[in-house]
Design a protein around this ligand. Sequence first.
Ligand code: ATP
Length: 261
Amino acid sequence: MNGHVLRMNGVSVRRDDAELVRGVEWTVEEDERWVVIGPNGAGKTTLLSIAATQLFPTEGEVVVLDERLGATDVFELRPLVGFAGAAVANRVPDSTTVLDLVISAAYGYLGRFGEQYATPDYGRARVLLNQWGVLHLEDRTYGTLSEGERKRVLIARSLMADPELLLLDEPAAGLDLGGREDLVRRLAALADDIEAPTLVIVSHHVEEIPPGFTHGLLMREGRIVASGPLEDVMNAENLSETYGLPLKVERIGERWTARAV
Ligand SMILES: Nc1ncnc2c1ncn2[C@@H]1O[C@H](COP(=O)(O)OP(=O)(O)OP(=O)(O)O)[C@@H](O)[C@H]1O
């Protein structure tokens, strides 16, 4: 790859009279780890869906891994972009086994479709399930998993095809405190891994930003409030504007907290 991992120029998405995302300028480089943060309805999932090549903007230019959307075969591009979130989770049949769910990502499927998998696929899937602490669930069906288990299985799945860009939409949503902290710790380890893909996660909460994440994109009502290195953008002024209420923001060690003042 010669250029940026992801570049958006003047990206807008309109549906009927609503502007879901407007005028987004955003560049992600290979070794960066980004968090996209903002309140409900800010346009975070819309933006991530564009990066995942699942959604085309109404306006603007999008380049993913040197390929311009609209001028490339997205079916060739998609295996290079790992994606986990509700948009994927909601489509998984309850009867799919964990191992099938992870392996099928290597074939561009969601769950087993009768194909014979290669032996190395089983090995890789088990390594990933182990890495995310869910190998003991390999024979369980998706429908029987807890929310935290589902999240970790879906992240393992999103890494199966060895993507160059990994997009995780609200990986900590619905997790209890222990589950969140476990996930943050695993994401921090991934952020620290030089072999890991470029990472972009979406979150509502600054407490969920894992150590090792480098950049933040703050969104409100479809537009960018601030974008850049976390130490530059994570301040009371920007976050208060993002959430529409006065906030105090603190950095404690490598973690962030925010509360109303
Ligand atoms: N097809 C559509 N037509 C009209 N409005 C839509 C459509 N899809 C999404 N929206 C609206 O666009 C806005 C942005 O949605 P999006 O899911 O991107 O936000 P988000 O920041 O991910 O929100 P959340 O944190 O609640 O998941 C929301 O107000 C949503 O209701």
